[in-house]
Ligand binder design. Structure first.
Ligand SMILES: Cc1ncc(COP(=O)(O)O)c(C=O)c1O
Length: 282
């Protein structure tokens, strides 16, 4: 099987890769991460991902992590060794290994972990029927712009949605405004333009979200960052979710509300098509 892990300078089979029980990633979720992917074996938007990782590291004050240039080399090396046809690359950096105390440990090297494995694309059946979702209170912390490994709230919300028989949850803040899905950004077409919640501490500003915000106007689809109320969400002509692994996929149901015709919308389809066209050209 293809796939490989990397731990602090060493490549090894994923099943054999280990970190210490005293790793602060394990003890405190004291770490940040990125997920990258390839198209035709080429790493997509590596610079953007590494820039965001640098911002996350900076925000949580993890110092002396490998530079973006070094990380790019590790990623390329891992991809090559993995022999994956189409890969998903998971990269995590934690504050390192130290006795479990809240103090930032001194003289500790960050732990760098990566896995490279075969990408499992979203099944066509799901893409073609669209996602069914429920709304859920956004009970995450106040810094969702940091790509922290602390994803328990996301995991709980996702599993609550699955247990309710739907595909995902859409988080809604106490003020009634939509933030994002459990692993992706939300776009809403209100009949006139595309709206996506503004970047800021309440969302992870997705690389795919950025690409879609640029792409839409090129296709003469007005797009902007704007707050989206639950009411607007449920009355939407079209909704889609974006992320690195799924690109953009339509949402056809939110709680009891059927979105548009109840089938994936034309805009999401068009944007994905053009997105993929541009990916192949670069
Ligand atoms: C909470 C959350 N928001 C948004 C995204 C989308 O980010 P990107 O497009 O950079 O993959 C993700 C990615 O998994 C995520 O976990």
């Amino acid at each position: 099987v293809s796939g490989i892990a990397y731990v602090n300078g060493l490549f090894l089979p994923i099943e054999e890769a280990r970190v210490s029980v005293e790793d602060r990633g394990f003890q405190f979720a004291d770490g940040v991460y990125e997920v990258l992917r390839t198209y035709n074996g080429k790493i997509f938007a590596m610079e953007e991902h590494l820039q965001r990782l640098a911002r996350s590291l900076d925000a949580v004050e993890i110092k002396n992590a490998p530079s973006s240039l070094m990380l790019a080399d590790i990623i390329r090396d891992g991809l090559h060794r993995s022999q994956c046809k189409e890969a998903v690359i998971y990269l995590q950096i934690t504050r390192g290994v130290a006795p479990r105390k809240r103090d930032f440990p001194k003289h500790v090297e960050p732990t760098v972990v990566m896995t490279v494995r075969e990408l499992e694309p979203l099944p066509d059946e799901i893409r073609e029927r669209g996602l069914r979702t429920i709304t859920m209170p956004d009970n995450r912390w106040g810094r969702c712009d940091i790509k922290s490994t602390a994803l328990l709230a996301n995991v709980l919300a996702y599993n609550k949605a699955r247990a309710a028989g739907v595909d995902d949850a859409i988080f809604v803040g106490a003020d009634g405004f939509v933030s994002e899905a459990t692993a992706g950004n939300v776009f809403v077409f209100d009949g006139t333009r595309l709206n996506t919640p503004p970047s800021g501490p309440r969302i992870l500003s997705g690389i795919t979200r950025e690409k879609m915000l640029k792409l839409a106007p090129e296709l003469r689809i007005p797009a902007r960052e704007a707050e989206i109320s639950v009411e607007t969400l449920k009355k939407a002509h079209e909704i889609f979710v974006t992320s690195t692994t799924i690109e953009c996929v339509s949402v056809v149901q939110v709680d009891d509300a059927v979105i548009g015709t109840g089938k994936p919308g034309a805009l999401a389809m068009r944007l994905r098509e053009e997105f993929l066209k541009r990916v192949c050209e670069t």
